[in-house]
Design a protein around this ligand. Sequence first.
Ligand code: CP
Ligand code: NVA
Length: 309
Amino acid sequence: MSMRGMDLLTLQELSKRDLERVFELTKELRARVAVGDLPPVLSGKSVAMIFQRPSTRTRISFEVAIRQLGGHPIYLSWEELQLARGETIEDTARVLSRYVDAVVARVSLHSDLEKLAEEAPVPVINALSNRFHPCQVVADLFTMLEHKGYLEGLKVAYVGDGTNVCNTLLVGCTKMGVDISVACPKGYDPDSQAIEWARENAEETGALVEILRDPAKAVEGADVVYTDTFVSMGLEAEREKRLKVFLPKYQVNLELMSKANPDAIFMHCLPAHRGEEVADEVIDGPMSVVFDQAENRLHTQRALLALIV
Ligand code: CP
Ligand code: NVA
């Protein structure tokens, strides 16, 4: 089925075949950008980019990708929209859809994104919500594919907070037949809907899904060790409490990496908090692919935009 015009809110909307198509187009467009031969598939199209939270990678990679494809990105900080003065999300969605061809949105509450998508006839792409970060995980899977050469049969260990990124990894890995073991403290488990989707996907692809407490157990036999911040955006007030819960047990350091496969890679969506969820020796070490991973946001989003918008 075509991805044209679809909303991308959680990643569960995409099939394994869709993701394979995204990866193929990612490679093709990356090769073409290198020789200055990108097709202007977004020519004459405008994309609104609503950000309710800060962003370095997502904002810039989307803006660059949209421009490279001949489109016009419009960055809209939530604070500068009438949204901040109480205009409803639904009305904002209806109005924006009269002007633009797609909406990319980073929101605090996933339910706001659902309202936006419900009311906007144009495609809505999640640029991170409290529950899901699909564009991140598309880039992550592509990064694993590039570094390992294949996806089906790989094992990812996610250590730390059951965040938006962890939820989406559960969905994305299981779609592609990648085993995933999550180790998180009690009370910081991934989203129950994400676990349910992961189990459904795993039944189709044969992937293994484990939610554990012990990081050492999760990284056993892992090809990829992944972590994210212990204090996601919006949770700053819980910082002290969270650091007490997560440290030292859930930090990805050399000792924990030594329990994974010898050729395991380290991944992180960034921004990283060195000395908290990851030790310098790991993120700056030879096993770290975090900057390739960040670069791949641009390459994979180019493909997503070309297929969806
Ligand atoms: N990984 C990621 O989404 O980074 P930003 O918050 O900088 O966009
Ligand atoms: N879990 C993090 C991801 C940042 C890209 C957050 O929500 O802040």
